[in-house]
Design a protein around this ligand. Structure first.
Ligand SMILES: Nc1ncnc2c1ncn2[C@@H]1O[C@H](COP(=O)(O)OP(=O)(O)OP(=O)(O)O)[C@@H](O)[C@H]1O
Ligand SMILES: [Mg+2]
Length: 317
């Protein structure tokens, strides 16, 4: 499953490139209405968007690459997908795709632009919300700004099938809150002791402190499909024995792949730059799996609910 130095990919998985949601559809949601005295809606309406937070505890294990490629693949498969770069301190989803956003959430919150100015359209029609730059963190927002942000997000939720959230490394409050608020959390893990330990610590905190009872696992940078599955089995056994109240689900493995690194250098998603490469094929398979998930029945994962919880609990950079 490990892939060698780049040679032209043989079989190419043809991604269906579609403008999943023309950005103009967002234009009805203009700027944040500040300072509106509206309270944050208490009971969210049911929505059909699925939210998946991509996390992992340890830094540099491929969370952003997984998020970006899942996003592009899902959009290519016809799912109206948005990627929210929630790495508030070191945002880089846009860099990975060679995009240069003019505005970020920080500008929106400060009233310098409207929501359509913040959302940028990436490959295959993937919509990207670039992170606030880190100069100002979400915990500092005023209640009126909270309301405005919730309203802005809730306006477009019915235009989306998937909201992916790329979190920062670590088990900070911010990361935990994004994972808790999303309907599913996918923990990216590599077959090395520090990554396994950090993934375990993250799952434990999510289960014990945030009541998360289901975690998806993506093994990254593995040398074989067998290694990915064995890694999942190992983590699953430890979690079952020492945590208990959490079930793990294996989403799949992404091989260590020079094509992915070459795509990073090109500032492109590997699923587009080298669609026939082992990592691209694995990522598309995972996207297909995620794309088959049913719409949520419960409010967890609802965009409005997601943002509300994120803000209520604070999301420090
Ligand atoms: N499957 C893979 N094969 C080869 N290299 C990979 C793979 N996945 C990730 N990488 C490399 O690992 C590095 C880190 O990836 P990425 O930025 O996605 O990690 P991250 O977990 O988001 O990091 P951070 O914690 O800093 O946000 C990148 O340089 C990328 O090229
Ligand atoms: Mg990252």
């Amino acid at each position: 499953m490990t892939c060698a130095a780049p040679t032209p990919p043989i079989s190419c998985f043809a991604l269906k490139i579609s403008a999943a949601m023309p950005i103009s559809r967002l234009s009805r949601s203009t700027s944040m209405q500040l300072p509106e005295p509206n309270p944050i809606p208490a009971a969210p309406r049911p929505g059909s968007v699925r939210t998946l937070a991509v996390t992992g505890g340890k830094g540099g294990i491929g969370k952003t690459n997984v998020s970006v490629n899942l996003g592009v693949a899902l959009a290519g498969l016809g799912k109206r997908t948005m990627l929210f770069d929630a790495d508030l301190g070191l945002a880089n989803a846009d860099v990975l795709l060679g995009l240069s956003p003019l505005h970020t959430l920080a500008d929106l919150v400060a009233g310098r632009c409207g929501f359509p100015d913040v959302v940028i359209e990436g490959p295959a029609g993937l919509l990207i919300v670039p992170a606030a730059s880190g100069r100002r963190h979400m915990a500092e927002l005023q209640p009126a700004e909270h309301t405005g942000l919730v309203n802005v997000f809730s306006e477009f939720e019915h235009d989306l099938d998937m909201l992916l959230v790329d979190t920062a490394a670590g088990i900070t409050d911010s990361v935990l809150t994004f994972c808790q608020a999303a309907q599913d959390a996918a923990v990216v893990v590599c077959d090395e002791p520090a990554s396994i330990t950090d993934a375990y610590a993250l799952i434990k905190v999510l289960a014990r402190e945030r009541g998360v009872d289901r975690v998806q696992i993506i093994a990254n940078m593995v040398r074989s499909a067998h290694e990915g599955r064995a890694l999942y089995d190992k983590l699953s056994r430890v979690c079952e024995r020492f945590i208990g109240d959490v079930s793990l689900n294996y989403l799949g493995a992404v091989p260590h792949c020079e094509w992915l690194r070459a795509a990073v250098q090109r500032q492109q998603a590997v699923v587009q730059a080298f669609p026939g490469s082992p990592s691209a094929r694995a990522l598309v398979e995972i996207a297909q799996r995620v794309g088959r998930w049913q719409s949520p029945a419960a409010p967890r994962g609802h965009v409005e609910f997601f943002v509300e919880r994120m803000i209520r609990q604070g999301a420090p950079a």
